[in-house]
Design a protein. Structure first.
Length: 134
């Protein structure tokens, strides 16, 4: 009889391949009609238009800015002032706001690695979103 560790060791390559295929399919779906880039994607998330967020790595390589009410910007607002609240903004890695985006807007978050991540960064600006339908 195989131990759980042995079963996992045998199944790991198939699990990694399945995860990679799912990530490749998600990137392809964005290429055919999702949001691309940090600014466009964060705006769409906060407008409720995104179902799933595709994030490069763990989200630590992308910088975003957040105002006092929690709105997140993909680009530094003019003079560091939120156009929505008039308050200052604070810069931080994207990973620090992902929990709030998940909770407040109901988005799923998929962290990409390997070839899928390279496509996300190279062709889609490191952050992308799959749209909600209906």
């Amino acid at each position: 009889d195989a131990t759980p560790a042995q079963v996992l060791e045998l199944a790991a390559p198939a699990l990694r391949a399945a995860a990679s295929d799912a990530s490749d399919a998600a990137v392809e779906a964005v290429m055919n009609g999702g949001t691309r880039g940090v600014e466009e994607t964060l705006s769409a998330v906060q407008e409720g238009r995104v179902f799933e967020l595709l994030v490069s790595g763990d989200g630590s390589s992308l910088e975003v800015w957040q105002d006092s009410q929690g709105y997140v910007y993909g680009a530094y607002p003019a003079q560091g002032i939120s156009p929505l609240t008039g308050s200052g903004v604070a810069g931080m890695p994207l990973r620090e706001v992902l929990g709030a985006l998940r909770t407040n807007f109901g988005v799923r978050v998929r962290f990409l690695h390997g070839d899928s991540d390279a496509r996300l960064v190279g062709q889609l600006g490191g952050l992308a979103g799959l749209p909600r339908h209906g």
